[in-house]
Design a protein around this ligand. Structure first.
Ligand code: ATP
Ligand code: MG
Length: 655
């Protein structure tokens, strides 16, 4: 994209102006875990700041060098040794917190389980003993393909305990996608379940594994949790979880692992390209997830009940269902199923039932709830909430306000957290007791993280100057240590655009106060009559119209303007065609908010948008459609039939 930017012109247009801002509630600010001085402290001496955060963990051996930076390769807390599972479990039990609830688990059919820290430690020890007896040792890769049940957390922590590298594969992926990831990682053990409950019925998992492992002899065993009791095929390599884990000893002496020993591999969600196997290591990762969980969610582990609605198959589930919360000895809620089963108020019912105080979910979910109507959450008591968070995509101002008003009761700070599979932990976010949040802005780098926006020459953009490329200037503890098995791709993807800077692939702008607004992926930027226009701003303008629930825009080649903006909208009433009048009204609405340059040339109403399994809009597929091309790789798409439905709606261009 940088190459297509004309000289002397702004990198990315700044069209949207939002002036609302919400200061933190006074009582929250007074009691906040992290106050404004943290920024100064971190600025003064960033490495000393991160050392201070690392000391909050239990180390079996202290590090001798805080950072070894040989760009673009970082090692943090060199020489230090610790065990992630001990930090999430044993040290809390040793501190007398064994009776505290670690997990409140809610199954989709309505069954539930509550597990204390002492019980979780026992289960993880049993699983560690069992997988050791299956021949798994330190450094081996273990694939985890599971529903959202407590055993998934147990399996991850058991791997961490013995130093095996876990690779969680989202339970919705096909056997092909599983197979690719097994090949890539050379996993020795697969942990799965017969199935899990989704949309009111058992959905199977084991058959996809049977198919994927059939011609993959590197997989020595398949460990199977019985969740649904559905009928499954049984093969020679298969072992029931209840046959080997349940009878295993609850005594397990953990070994301390090197700070730089691999903890897990996690694939990116594949919104823009072939998913990348991102490698995370132990000490730096745990330091930053532990710190950011406490700082951004302001968690008081004695009293808070925290729920992250993401799937454990994504990095959000790793960092903010498992490692961050459990390292902090927090009480979490974990839910197996979908938000509309058995009714569209299920999420709010869960918040009411467990008196959830902190909730974390994706903008795509929030926009879906907007579409379903505010009368649904209004039926539940959500007054326990004190902080609500968002992650995964830019949150449009309209969705932010809806979330704050209808879920947060109008007085609950919204933390819009920007980060990636690659960053491992939250990088840019308001701090709920410090920041006056602006709807649509992720605000600024958390203490210790140096985020910036640069122009196409890599020069820092001044406050108020407008948009550019989001970069991270200094290494951070939870940063990826590479792409599994592909050093070259690591260097090219993240470090080749701007020498010495980590390039995130996202556009952003810096407002007059220096606060950051995410503008969507740089690959998706639209070039209209010489202006680089961000998808986020046009989509936000569309969503701010009362008739629009969701929107995605792309640039399609146009003889006159270079690219023309083509918009796909989901109307609030679910209509599948936009009457001409409304079409004109929506175009004018965008023109009125952002200026005539941003007016979409074409708009289509669609019943659904193509999304990744993690709920992100895949604009590259919409671009294929808008330009009459064959649709590209759809392997990470939730529902591939949606592309045909959308294609039918678009009249073919007359050349
Ligand atoms: P791939 O890299 O394979 O295309 P992906 O980028 O969708 O997949 P993830 O690591 O899950 O995979 O997503 C990170 C991306 O999500 C970010 O780069 C950004 O585009 C988007 N994102 C996450 N949080 C936010 C946020 N709060 N605001 C804006 N965008 C966000
Ligand atoms: Mg990405």
């Amino acid at each position: 994209m940088a190459d297509s930017t004309p000289q002397g012109q702004e990198t990315l247009s700044n069209l949207l102006h939002e002036s609302r801002s919400f200061p933190p509630p006074a009582d929250l600010a007074a009691e906040a875990n992290v106050k404004a001085d943290a920024y100064e402290k971190a600025d003064e001496d960033r490495l000393a700041f991160w050392e201070e955060q690392a000391r909050l963990l239990q180390w079996e051996q202290p590090w001798d060098t805080v950072l070894d930076w040989n760009p673009p390769f970082a090692k943090w807390f060199v020489g230090g040794k610790l065990n992630a599972s001990v930090n999430c479990l044993d040290r809390h039990v040793d501190a007398g917190l064994g009776d505290r609830t670690a997990i409140n688990w809610e199954g989709e059919p309505g069954d539930s389980r509550s597990i204390t820290y002492a019980e979780l430690k026992d289960q993880v020890s049993q699983a560690a003993n069992a997988i050791t007896s299956l021949g798994v040792t330190k450094g081996d890769r273990v694939a985890i393909y599971m529903p959202m049940i407590p055993e998934t957390v147990v399996a991850m922590l058991a791997c961490a305990r013995i130093g095996a590298v876990h690779m969680v594969i989202f339970g919705g992926f096909s056997s092909d996608a599983v197979g690719q990831r097994l090949d890539d990682s050379q996993a020795k053990l697969v942990i799965t379940a017969d199935g899990g409950y989704r949309r009111g019925k058992p959905s199977s998992l084991k058959p996809a594994i049977d198919e994927a492992v059939a011609d993959r002899p590197t997989v020595e065993n398949v460990l199977v949790v019985r969740r649904t009791g559905q009928e499954i095929e049984w093969n020679e390599r298969d072992v029931w979880w209840h046959d080997v884990v349940d009878p295993a000893s609850t005594e397990h002496t953990p070994e301390a692992h090197d700070a730089e020993d691999p903890l897990y591999i996690m694939y990116t969600s594949g919104t823009t390209a072939k998913p990348k196997g991102i490698l995370h290591t132990t000490g730096g990762y745990l330091t930053q997830v532990n710190y950011t969980y406490s700082a951004v969610f302001d968690v008081k582990p004695e009293t808070d009940v925290y729920w992250c609605a993401a799937d454990i198959g994504w990095v959000t589930g790793h960092s903010y269902i498992v490692y961050g919360p459990l390292a902090n000895a927090a009480t979490i809620v974990m839910y197996e199923g979908t938000p509309d089963t058995p009714h569209k108020g299920r999420f709010w019912e869960i918040i009411e039932k467990y008196k959830v105080t902190i909730a974390y979910m994706a903008p795509t979910a929030i926009r879906t709830f907007m579409r379903w109507g505010e009368e649904i959450p209004a039926k539940f008591d959500l007054s326990s909430l004190r902080i609500i968070g968002s992650v995964g995509e830019p949150i449009n101002p309209e969705a932010y306000i809806w979330y704050r008003e209808n879920i947060g009761g109008g007085n609950t700070p919204v933390v819009d957290t920007w980060w990636q599979t690659e960053t491992g932990a939250i990088m840019i976010s308001p701090l709920p007791g410090v920041t006056s949040g602006k709807p649509g802005a992720a605000m600024r780098g958390v203490p210790g993280v140096v985020a910036d926006v640069v122009n196409d020459e890599g020069k820092s953009i001044s406050p108020g100057e407008g948009g550019g490329f989001l970069v991270i200037r200094e290494p951070w503890p939870a940063m990826l240590r590479g792409i599994w098995g592909d050093e070259q791709r690591y260097k090219e993807t993240y470090w080749s655009q701007f020498p010495g800077l980590y390039f995130a692939g996202d556009g952003a702008k810096k407002d007059e106060d220096g606060d950051l607004w995410l503008l969507g992926r740089v690959d998706d930027v639209m070039l209209v009559s010489g202006h680089n226009i961000s998808t986020t701003e046009v989509e936000s303008a569309l969503v701010s119209h009362p008739k629009v629930a969701e929107a995605a825009v792309v640039g399609a080649t146009d003889k006159v303007t270079g690219q023309a903006i083509v918009g796909f909208v989901i109307l609030r009433g679910g209509e599948e065609s936009v009457p001409d009048e409304l079409l004109q009204e929506l175009r004018n609405h965008v023109g009125g908010s952002l200026g005539p340059i941003a007016k979409p040339a074409r708009l289509l109403a669609v019943p659904e948008l193509p999304k990744t399994r993690s709920g992100k809009i895949m604009r590259r597929l919409l671009r294929d459609i808008a330009e009459n091309r064959d649709v590209g790789d759809t392997s990470t798409l939730t529902d591939s039939t949606i592309m045909d439905v959308i294609a039918k709606q678009l009249p073919q261009k007359s050349s």
